[in-house]
Design a protein around this ligand. Sequence first.
Ligand code: GLY
Length: 345
Amino acid sequence: PDPTRIARSYEKGKVNMVPTRDWTSGFVAGSYRYMYEYTQDADWLAAAETWTAALESQKNNTRTHDLGFIMYNSYGNGLRLTGNETYGSILLQTADSLMTRYSPVVESIRSWDHGEWAFPVIVDNMMNLELLYFASKYSGDDKYAKAATTHANTTLKNHFRDDYSSYHVVDYDPETGEVTAKQTHQGIADESAWARGQAWGLYGFTMVYRITRDQKYLERAEKIANFYLTHPNLPDDMVPYFDFDVPDNPEIENFRDSSAAAVAASALIELAGYVDATDAARYRKAAMDMLHSLASPAYSASEGTNAHFLLKHGTGRWQADDEVDAALNYGDYYYIEALLRCAAD
Ligand code: GLY
C-alpha cells in the first residue's frame, strides 16, 4: 500500500521490502506501466502514476549508478506512454545526477561507492546508459550521449574475455584510468561467467546499437548472444544456472536465475530486429524457448502464490545467501517486457 516501500523479492517465505533508493525500486512502477500499455486498464495507469511519483526524490541521488534502472523504467516508460513533460524534466535532472559519477580519466561512470574498490564499474552499468542518451535527445546537449558512448567503449575494451563472456566488476585507478582488477561480486569466481551479467551486456549493447547505429555494438551483442546460446552448460529449458560455470560445483549446481532468462529473452527479441533472416530466426526461437519455459509451471507461480510475484527461481547473490531461489521484481519486469515485445513483433 505504501509506494515508498517497494516489494523487491520473495524468498524463504518472506517479502523483502526496500526504500526508493534501492536499485530495484523502479521495476514495480515500470511493470504497472507495461500492464497499462497492454491492457489500457485505468487501474494499472493509476497504480503506475502513484508508484512512479513516489520515486521523484531519486532524481537528486548521486550515490548510485542505478538511476537508469530506478528512473528510466518508471519515468521513462511513463514519458513514452503519456508525453507528460514533468516526467521529462525529472529525467533530465536524474541524468545530471548520474553525470556526477562520470570520470573523464577512467572514461566510465562509477558504479558503486561501497566496497574495497577504488573506481568499480560493473557490466550491469550498461543498462543505465539509455537514460543518458534520452537526456541528450531531450535537452539538445550531447554531453550525456558522449559520456554514455565513451562508457560503452570502455566496457567493450575492458570487460570482455576472448570468448566474449564478461567480467562482472572491473576496478580502475581513478588517477590514471588504468585497470587494476577484474573480479566478480555475484558470480562464483572472478573468471566465471555470472549469468545475469551476460544478459545485462547482451541487452545493453543491443540498446546502444539501437540508439547509435554503430556496427561495433551490434557485433558485440551478437558475440555475447553466441556465447550464451551455444554454451554447453545452458540447460535444455534455456533458463541458465546463476553462473554458467556452476555445473563444475555439485553443491550449487541446481540454482537457476529466471531473471537472467527474462533479460536475455527481451534482449534477443530486439536483437532479432537488427540482423539477417537466419540469425533473426535463431534469436527469436531462443527467446521463445526461454519464454515458454518461464511461462510454464516450472517457473511461473500459480495465481495467489509466490507473494504475487510472477516468476520463481531467480538468484540475487548466491555467495551471500541473499535472494537464492527467489522471486525478483526485476525478473518480473523483464519477463513482462519480453512478452510485450513478442506481442509487438
Ligand atoms: N544490478 C544488480 C544485479 O543484477 O543483481
